[in-house]
Design a protein around this ligand. Sequence first.
Ligand code: ATP
Ligand code: AH0
Length: 373
Amino acid sequence: MTALYRAIGLMSGTSMDGIDLALIKTDGEQVVERIAAGSQNYSDAFRARLKQGLVDARGMTQRDERSGILKQLEHDLTLLHAVAVQDFLFTHGLSADDVDVIGFHGQTVLHRPDDALTVQIGDGALLAQEAGIDVVYDMRAEDMHYGGQGAPLIPAYHAALAHNLEQKPNMPVVFVNIGGISNLTYVDETGKLAAFDSGPGNMLVDQWMELHAQGSFDAGGALALRGTVNSDLAAHYLSNAFFSGNQRRSLDRGDFSVPSLGAVSLEDGARTLAYVAAASILQSASHLPQKPCSYVVSGGGRKNAAIMAELTALAQAEGAVVIDADTAGLDGDSMEAEAWGYLAVRSLKGLPLTYPSTTGCDRPVSGGVLVKA
Ligand SMILES: Nc1ncnc2c1ncn2[C@@H]1O[C@H](COP(=O)(O)OP(=O)(O)OP(=O)(O)O)[C@@H](O)[C@H]1O
Ligand SMILES: CC(=O)N[C@H]1[C@@H]2OC[C@@H](O2)[C@@H](O)[C@@H]1O[C@H](C)C(=O)O
């Protein structure tokens, strides 16, 4: 039997709502045992600093530049991750010795695939020192050296999950992650993979709520459920060149912008942007090798009832079903964190993290930087 590693994955996603953590036991191949998961929310003040970090990152041309607040932000973000790991270990009665490796995503502050530039802030050496656990970080860069988009990286993990599912959904299945940005992974009966970012997820809804001083997200999709879809506004987003091009793409937070205040009512805006989140997935899925029969949905967007209702209706019209990842026996909140633990183990073993069919790289590529504790 191949060696199993205990890996913690840490994800701070494009929504910038906090840190997701997960502990898995894996061989980095087909064995995945999900052990524990948790999360640590960012304070409003820290979120505001992250947003400033995105602004300060806009002019970057080198991935190791840390202008404006970025240097201090990277330091503080790393310490928040270290504290999150310590809390997580304490909560689960574990110590650093119980964990072989941490997979550390960091925070994406800039993603410009056309310029082969992707920047995740996060100091792997500092985290390894603070946590007393080996860390693998910076997992996107190597893919870009080989012509890849640097995202999405979760497909290798989706493939392992598809292999492990107790109740197989009708194939081909598409794993959809509705985070700030949405991405999808297609897996068919033969194990064939295809993946790409599929469009804006919750990001526009969140920005719309913030613009109206209504908090940072539409809880349950309650506001959206009171509104109606504005077809002109929806068409404006769905006619974006991103959807028509058949080339593989990944997205940056800055690629779509929120409607201006007053463009539509608060409720109609929330509904329209929820519809856009759902319709983007179906529109992008039209570039897949075959029509999917099932969509397994993870990420915070599955908690927005308007997004889920729109997605279910659109998928049904194509003869497909939508399944919440939790219903499929998975954990829709911690899948990305689990994936980062899984990818860290693959990195340790020199196995590919990405493939030509997932990021468009020239050949299967491993990656990540290892720092020993
Ligand atoms: N109860 C809820 N009701 C509605 N929406 C929710 C709820 N909980 C979370 N969300 C949405 O999900 C978002 C967070 O999702 P998630 O944690 O999957 O994103 P992420 O990991 O930051 O993003 P990405 O996958 O793009 O990296 C929130 O910003 C919010 O829009
Ligand atoms: C550059 C970057 O951080 N991209 C994220 C983002 O958030 C969702 C989508 O865009 C995806 O491409 C990716 O994250 C996931 C976890 C991934 O790489 O698989």
